[in-house]
Design a protein around this ligand. Structure first.
Ligand code: NAP
Length: 285
């Protein structure tokens, strides 16, 4: 499993991590097993949020990481409506209790809301000083929101403390390539790709793109899903967090962390899945 420095944190984190959205909806034992299989296979980055199952997913993650907390790069998110100065601190305490841990490795603002960003960041810094979070970041921020977040005299104490921007990115949705990814690269912010398989809308084998994926996968003895992850992870300093409720999916995703595509293969995939317009509208989930 390839590992990279996670933005400004200096931590080495697996390029393929584990999403947890909707994990409470299926068989609980299988979901816990899938997370454990993912950890066994080196996917240390586990992404969750207070929003997921109204806290039920954080409890499930707590069960999966019990006894192995130190192996995990644990990320959770505060809902925008809770992201006031006091509300952020209280939300973090609730997440820590549900997760059964005393710290998060990174704590994110799930998307920009009505509370001033400077209040949320002040709370993040308070939590950091108290050792309850080791780093903080944002999610669903476009390039303008990022620029505001890192501006001198802006809400944060400087860009160095904004570790990541977790954004929607998959083969059929490449809008972040226009400006968000270049901004992240310039400022040392780790882009973390959510819904890397299109959240259930993966290219059909019968489609043109599906044929290209299958052919490239065949050459590598890999699967189309693994090729998709390798395509996204071609961006230096980036990470992806596919969700897998089945242990076999988790193991397959982990193995993608070592797959290297040639320039020619990357070019063909880029053509089969064109980049599209700059701002298709940012879904907030
Ligand atoms: P996703 O990871 O794009 O897709 C998940 C689907 O792909 C599931 O149906 C899963 O099946 C399937 N799958 C996983 N590995 C597979 C494999 N190797 N082969 C075939 N199918 C496979 O969807 P997502 O849950 O939307 O996104 C991933 C994570 O990103 C979320 O769980 C969440 O942590 C995060 N996220 C963040 C935001 C945000 O606003 N910040 C928004 C959305 C998502 P099984 O479950 O049956 O294994």
């Amino acid at each position: 499993m390839q590992r990279r420095t996670f933005g400004s944190t200096g931590r080495q984190v697996a390029v393929v991590g584990q999403g947890t959205w909707n994990l409470e909806k299926g068989d609980r034992r299988a979901a816990v097993e899938a997370l454990c299989a993912g950890l066994d296979a080196g996917m240390d980055h586990v992404d969750t949020a207070e929003m997921y199952g109204d806290g039920a997913v954080e409890e499930l993650v707590g069960e999966a990481i019990a006894g192995r907390r130190d192996e995990v790069f644990l990320v959770s998110k505060v809902l925008p409506e809770n992201a006031s100065r006091r509300g952020t601190v209280a939300a973090c305490e609730r997440s820590l209790a549900r997760l059964g841990t005393d710290r998060l490795d990174c704590y994110l603002l799930h998307w920009a809301g009505s509370h001033p960003l400077r209040d949320t960041v002040a709370a993040f810094e308070e939590l950091r000083a108290a050792g309850k979070i080791l780093a903080w970041g944002v999610s669903n921020f476009d390039e303008e929101e990022l620029a505001e977040a890192v501006a001198p005299g802006g809400p944060g104490p400087g860009p160095a403390n904004l570790a990541c921007d977790q954004v929607l990115y998959h083969l059929k949705e490449r809008a972040v390539e226009h400006a968000v990814l270049p901004f992240c690269a310039e400022h040392g912010i780790a882009p973390v790709f959510y819904s890397p398989f299109g959240s259930g809308d993966f290219p059909k084998p019968s489609s043109r793109g599906g044929h290209v994926l299958a052919e490239i996968a065949g050459r590598h003895g890999a699967t189309p899903h693994q090729v998709a992850l390798a395509f996204l992870l071609r961006h230096p300093g980036s990470f992806a967090i596919p969700k897998a409720a089945r242990p076999e999916h988790a193991r397959e995703n982990a193995a993608a962390g070592d797959l290297q595509l040639s320039e020619e293969e990357l070019r063909r995939l880029g053509e089969a899945f064109p980049r599209g317009p700059r701002r298709p509208g940012v879904p907030v989930l």
